[in-house]
Ligand binder design. Sequence first.
Ligand SMILES: [Zn+2]
Length: 188
Amino acid sequence: MTAQGIPTPQGKRQWSYGTVKRMLRNEKYKGDALLQKSFTTDFLTKSTKPNEGELPQYYVENNHEAIIKRDVFDLVQIELDKLEKKRQTSNIFTGRLFCGDCGAAFGSKVWHSASKYKRTIYQCNAKYKGEHKCQTPHVTEEEIKVWFLSAINQLLSNRDEIIANTELLIDMAKDTSPLENKIDDLEQ
Ligand SMILES: [Zn+2]
């Protein structure tokens, strides 16, 4: 829709994941209505807030004519649930690993998702882009977890030294006496 120049409900050009998701999740498209989704907290300023259980909500089926058939809408919900579960479970290291060869971020991928050999791997997002093919191999999530833990343990083994060094640095950074001396000089 961004490519086709169709504006968002707020009249913006760029469609976001959140906007599309809210539309696909909105029960009004299948003819239902959830009442009291949000409520007015201040009648003078007309400010509202989402109803998170403060007030009862009412779900009305077939409240109006549907735009999307009920079974199509429900199938979309199943696909969205799957997608969101995937996003939640395989995102631990996303945005935290970078390719040693080209510097691009590592992205996650699920291999053999339907079998008992299912595993999550991470590989360079730019591996197959451009002429240069990255030499960095893919790594499994299990491998990264082991490396991550050993790095954390290394950090913890000399944590006292790290804290002492940091405190020293903070003291040095906080030390304003050279500046104060300069002020004194200038004032004189
Ligand atoms: Zn790379």
